[in-house]
Design a protein around this ligand. Structure first.
Ligand SMILES: CC(C)(COP(=O)(O)OP(=O)(O)OC[C@H]1O[C@@H](n2cnc3c(N)ncnc32)[C@H](O)[C@@H]1OP(=O)(O)O)[C@@H](O)C(=O)NCCC(=O)NCCS
Length: 175
């Protein structure tokens, strides 16, 4: 069990009992809404990702989905002498959304910080927090940049998606 009070205070694991309270969830992005309502539990059962919901208030104001991942050396920015393998360990933020009724009140930032802290405290090697964001999503990109994420040098958007990374070895996330 990962001891992580700040994470546990903000978030709790998604369960089948949450299905009905998620029906009205709307973060303004239909793909994200559909994932939470229709696919998050299935992916969780397949061990492909885990989803966490913001505890309070009810119904759920925001969520976060994470998986284990790898970052190719060329995007990691790490020299060969530091990274002897073609990939570096990472935790991937697959989905993150705040209901439109709560946007602009700091919950998105809290989700990013909680995910980062969890990654930092994982009892396995985890060098980066990685995520992909739509290149047109300036609001999310602004949020991630202001939290210390960057787009790797030379990275070209793949089907409109940008890779962003946070290096857990060079910046220690605040508790
Ligand atoms: C992106 C998202 C998670 C941000 O959540 P949020 O709770 O509104 O974010 P916060 O209130 O923590 O604001 C974080 C930053 O976003 C930016 N921001 C907030 N509201 C904004 C607005 N209306 N316009 C532009 N930027 C804005 C600000 O830089 C803000 O920083 P601040 O704390 O200095 O004001 C939310 O808009 C969302 O769920 N969007 C749809 C799903 C999505 O795009 N997810 C990300 C996919 S990778």
């Amino acid at each position: 069990m990962v001891s992580n009070d700040a994470f546990a205070q903000l978030l709790r694991p998604l369960t089948a009992a949450d299905r009905s309270q998620l029906e009205d969830f709307d973060c303004g992005d239909e793909v994200m809404n559909r994932f939470l309502k229709r696919w998050a539990l299935t992916e969780q059962a397949r061990r492909l990702s885990r989803t966490y919901l913001i505890r309070q208030p009810l119904p759920c104001p925001g969520f976060l989905t994470m998986s284990a991942a790898q970052v190719a050396r060329e995007w990691s920015g790490l020299p060969r002498r530091e990274l002897r393998y073609p990939v570096a360990s990472a935790m991937f933020i697959g989905r993150l959304g705040v209901d439109v009724r709560y946007q602009g009140s700091g919950l998105g930032r809290s989700l990013v910080r909680a995910a980062r802290l969890l990654a930092f405290r994982l009892p396995i090697g985890c060098r980066f927090v990685a995520l992909e964001v739509d290149e047109a999503n300036s609001r999310a990109i602004g949020l991630y940049r202001s939290e210390g994420f960057w787009v790797p040098r030379g990275y070209e958007p793949d089907r409109g998606r940008l890779l962003m990374l946070y290096d857990l070895a060079t910046t220690r996330p605040a508790d």
